[in-house]
Design a protein around this ligand. Structure first.
Ligand code: GLU
Length: 299
């Protein structure tokens, strides 16, 4: 366990809609883990893809967190205001010759590539034949065909060969937006996050993030991936697909539902309010009880 003094966690919602039960689970887990280590807890608004951000979602999310008794320790930051950090990281990758320009269309990739864990495995076309200097292009980082292992507090050690699972991946899109993978790594390091606790849908993003941390000489936080909530159709609840917002009129019930989903023991009597819930819950948080999200292995 890390020194409690140095624990800093974060919740990093994308402002694509109000919080639903699935995102509440991630928030509750990261908050409980931070507070049970007497650590700090930050909120970062991941609006890196500005085309997906919805007006008002940020305000709604912050308000819901407050109603649910989760208070942050520093003013929330927004990725859209942090582009300078991502730019510097990209320049570092370019200067080290590990990033290259790519103007392959999705269609062109789909025509020749094999499916991977997150779309098609990039076949490396532009590695060897770069696009013309004036063509709009994305930037990709080169990956290696060697197994990369990451430790996870819920899943144990996971191993992925990036070349076989994703291929060289995008860090800056052709439309100029930075990719989630780059922004999250830069932010976690710049904000000195010691512990990332988030949904298991991101488990297999961790090796890409670990690879970027290696290339950028950044420290690797500890990771814990908690179970996602799936809808009746078997798909992950997502704000984009308009999952029902959490019911802020009975926050204690919603917190208990999230707590139970995280494998934690329930109280004998219903806590009176959200503050009573957290006073009861924080000392009883046990990450060892969090179940592995089996579907993280399905894809
Ligand atoms: N912004 C991501 C989401 O809302 C979470 C990213 C992370 O925690 O690393 O799903």
């Amino acid at each position: 366990m890390k020194d409690e003094q140095t624990y800093r966690g974060r919740f990093a919602p994308s402002p694509t809609g109000p919080l639903h039960l699935g995102s509440l689970v991630a928030a509750v887990a990261s908050y409980a883990d931070a507070r049970s280590h007497r650590g700090e807890w930050l909120v970062r608004i991941e609006d890196v893809d500005e085309t997906r951000s919805k007006d008002d979602a940020e305000r709604q999310i912050l308000q819901t967190l407050q109603r649910f008794g989760m208070s942050w320790d520093a003013e929330p930051v927004r990725q859209s205001a942090r582009k300078g950090y991502y730019e510097r990281a990209l320049i570092h990758l370019i200067d080290n010759a590990v990033a290259y320009r790519c103007n392959c269309s999705r269609k062109a990739i789909a025509a020749i590539a094999d499916p991977g864990i997150d779309g098609y495995i990039y076949p490396g076309t532009c590695r060897t034949s770069p696009p013309p200097a004036d063509a709009p292009a994305a930037w990709r980082v080169r990956v290696q065909g060697t197994p990369l292992s990451c430790d996870d507090r819920v899943f144990g050690t996971i191993t992925q060969d990036l070349a076989r699972a994703v291929g060289d991946f995008v860090v800056r899109r052709a439309d100029g937006f930075n990719a989630y993978q780059l922004a999250v790594v830069v932010d976690d390091a710049e904000q000195q996050i010691s512990d990332v606790v988030r949904g298991a849908d991101l488990l297999w993003s961790t090796p890409r993030q670990a690879w970027l941390q290696t290339l950028l000489d950044l420290p690797r936080p500890r990771y814990a991936h908690v179970p996602v909530i799936y809808g009746a159709d078997g798909r992950k609840l997502s704000k984009r697909e308009q999952a029902d917002p959490v019911n802020a009129t009975s926050p204690v019930q919603a917190l208990l539902a999230a707590w139970q989903h995280l494998g934690q023991c329930l109280p004998d009597t219903l806590p009176r309010d959200v503050d009573a819930f957290w006073r009861w819950a924080v000392p009883r948080w046990h990450i060892e009880r969090v179940p592995k999200d089996r579907r993280a292995f399905d894809d």
